[in-house]
Design a protein around this ligand. Structure first.
Ligand SMILES: [Zn+2]
Length: 224
C-alpha cells in the first residue's frame, strides 16, 4: 500500500484541529502535532527530549533540526509505516527543506500539503467571538453559539471569559506571523504540485468530505 505522508497547514481558526481528528480517523494515521510531541519527548526524558528541554529552559526556540529529529523518531516507528499527519511543522520554508531532506534520507516523500484556508476577517470573527466558561471550560461563541444569558454558562452558571489568545489584537498578531512565515511555504508546495487547498469557511462536514474525496482521488491516480 502506498504511504500517506501528509502535512496540515492553515491559519488559526480555520478549523484545522477538527479536520485533523477526522483525517486520522478516516485513514488510520498517527497525528503528530509538533507542540504535543515535543512536550511528550521532554516528559519521557528521552535523549532528544533532554536536548529540547535545555533550549526551552533558557526560553530559547528549539532549533528546526532538533524538532525535525523528534518528529523523525516518530516517523521511524511502526505506527507511521503507512504514513502520518503532521501539524505545526514545517511552518517556514527552511523547515520544509529540513523535513524534505529527512524524508528523502528514508526514501520517503510528502504525499500532499493540505491547506485549510480562511480569510483573516473570518478568522478574526470566529476567534474573537469565542468565550469559555471560567469553571469547566465549556465553549460558546457570541454570534454562532451564544449562551441563553449573556456572559453566563448555561450548564453551570459560571462567568464566561475570553482567552488571551482570542483577543482581537492577539489574533491579528498571530495572523501577521502566519502570513509572513507561511505564505512562502504555501507557494513552495504549490510550485511542487503538492498543495491541496480547502475552504475552511465552509461547514466542517463539507470541508471534511472534500478532504476525504481529495485524498481518495490521489490514491486512485497513483494506482493508474
Ligand atoms: Zn460551564
Amino acid at each position: 500500500m502506498s504511504q500517506l505522508n501528509l502535512i496540515l497547514l492553515g491559519p488559526p481558526g480555520a478549523g484545522k484541529g477538527t479536520q485533523a481528528e477526522r483525517i486520522v480517523g478516516d485513514f488510520d494515521l498517527p497525528y503528530y502535532s509538533t507542540g504535543d510531541i515535543l512536550r511528550a519527548a521532554v516528559k519521557e526524558n528521552s535523549e532528544l527530549g533532554q536536548e529540547a528541554k535545555s533550549y526551552m529552559d533558557k526560553g530559547d526556540l528549539v532549533p528546526d533540526d532538533l524538532i525535525c529529529r523528534v518528529i523523525m523518531e516518530r516517523v521511524d516507528s511502526d505506527e507511521a509505516a503507512d504514513g502520518f499527519l503532521l501539524d505545526g511543522f514545517p511552518r517556514t520554508k527552511g523547515q520544509a527543506k529540513t523535513l524534505e531532506d529527512a524524508l528523502e534520507d528514508r526514501d520517503r516523500s510528502l504525499t500532499a500539503a493540505l491547506l485549510v484556508d480562511a480569510e483573516d476577517e473570518i478568522v478574526l470573527k470566529r476567534l474573537s467571538g469565542r468565550r469559555v466558561c471560567s469553571k469547566k471550560g465549556h465553549n460558546y461563541h457570541v454570534d454562532f453559539n451564544p449562551p441563553k444569558n449573556e456572559g453566563v454558562c448555561d450548564l453551570d452558571g459560571s462567568k464566561l471569559v475570553q482567552r488571551d489568545d482570542d483577543k482581537p489584537d492577539t489574533v491579528k498578531h498571530r495572523l501577521e506571523v502566519y502570513h509572513d512565515q507561511t505564505q512562502p511555504l504555501i507557494e513552495h508546495y504549490e510550485g511542487k504540485g503538492l498543495l491541496k487547498r480547502f475552504d475552511g469557511t465552509r461547514a466542517p462536514d463539507e470541508v471534511h468530505n472534500h478532504i476525504r474525496a481529495t485524498i481518495a482521488t490521489m490514491r486512485m491516480e497513483e494506482q493508474v
